[in-house]
Design a protein around this ligand. Structure first.
Ligand SMILES: C[S@@+](CC[C@H](N)C(=O)[O-])C[C@H]1O[C@@H](n2cnc3c(N)ncnc32)[C@H](O)[C@@H]1O
Length: 252
């Protein structure tokens, strides 16, 4: 079986993870951004900035944001890179509702932005439509990562790029130990206080521990067909931004 339980990494039917993730994000959608800002001590914004710096997006780029949630990545790219268009997608309509409200408040400026409910395992777009695919804290929640990555590759144009931000593994053992303690004890506490959903944040901590490290995620990307996979650590490897390229037709 290629599907896993994203809380443990063990083989399991995809529905276990998909249903859990729908329940968690539908419930916490209105409080999601507050939790991020407080629990990461603001580092979340710095990591988004690193993601924007590394994203090869120009004014002519058509961008797909997968698992876009409340639109943090889409709005960051709109404000910092001003691409031709952004399609912000997510599995959970409640998360996209928050994104739509931000859009209505003008957070995307004059960049053309649209929103669409979509499962990353089955993207409702034709082949080779986008120049860049962004995904932040998304792949970790997907029970069939090879399939989701294959879908991202499929909708990218040849020579297009995937830019992925997610939690990762600090290489320094002392920092890794401290981070492990924070994940296990503080994240469920913060999450429970801010959103009222402690169990959701026990899941968050579990899913981070079960997620591949920097090299493991790079391997998954290569196995899906991406090339030139590189990453940059954020806050000593608490998070990492990976950039990968879909090979051009002449290389395939
Ligand atoms: C932690 S949030 C990240 C949201 C946003 N990218 C950000 O940086 O704030 C994870 C998001 O992944 C979405 N998600 C989980 N599984 C998904 C799937 N199979 N397809 C699309 N979105 C998914 C969830 O609904 C949720 O909005």
């Amino acid at each position: 079986m290629t599907t896993i339980d994203t809380a443990t990494g063990a083989a399991a039917p995809a529905e276990i993870s998909s249903e859990r993730v729908k329940g968690i994000f539908a419930h916490i959608a209105p409080r999601y951004e507050r939790f991020n800002a407080i629990s990461s001590f603001g580092a979340y914004k710095l990591w988004l900035r690193t993601m924007a710096k590394m994203a090869p997006i120009s004014s002519e780029s058509h961008v797909l944001d997968v698992a876009g949630g409340t639109g943090e990545v889409s709005f960051t790219m709109a404000q910092r890179k001003r691409p031709a268009s952004i399609v912000c997608t997510d599995l959970v309509p409640e998360m996209l509702e928050v994104a739509r409200a931000h859009h209505a408040e003008g957070r995307s400026g004059d960049v053309s932005m649209s929103f669409q409910v979509a499962d990353a395992h089955e993207l409702p777009f034709e082949d080779a439509r986008f120049d860049v695919v962004t995904v932040a804290y998304g792949i970790r929640n997907m029970p069939n990562r090879p399939r989701a990555l294959a879908e991202m590759l499929r909708v990218l144009k040849p020579e297009g790029h995937l830019v992925c931000l997610d939690f990762s593994t600090p290489p320094n053992p002392a920092w890794r130990g401290l981070y492990g303690f924070y994940l296990k004890h503080m994240i469920p506490l913060w999450g429970g206080l801010i959103t009222g959903d402690r169990a959701g944040f026990v899941y968050l901590a579990d899913s981070i521990r079960a997620f591949p490290d920097q090299a493991g995620l790079a391997r998954l990307m290569r196995e899906a067909g991406f090339v030139d996979v590189e990453w940059r650590n954020c806050t000593g490897g608490v998070a990492a931004v990976h950039v990968a390229r879909r090979p051009g037709t002449s290389h395939r």
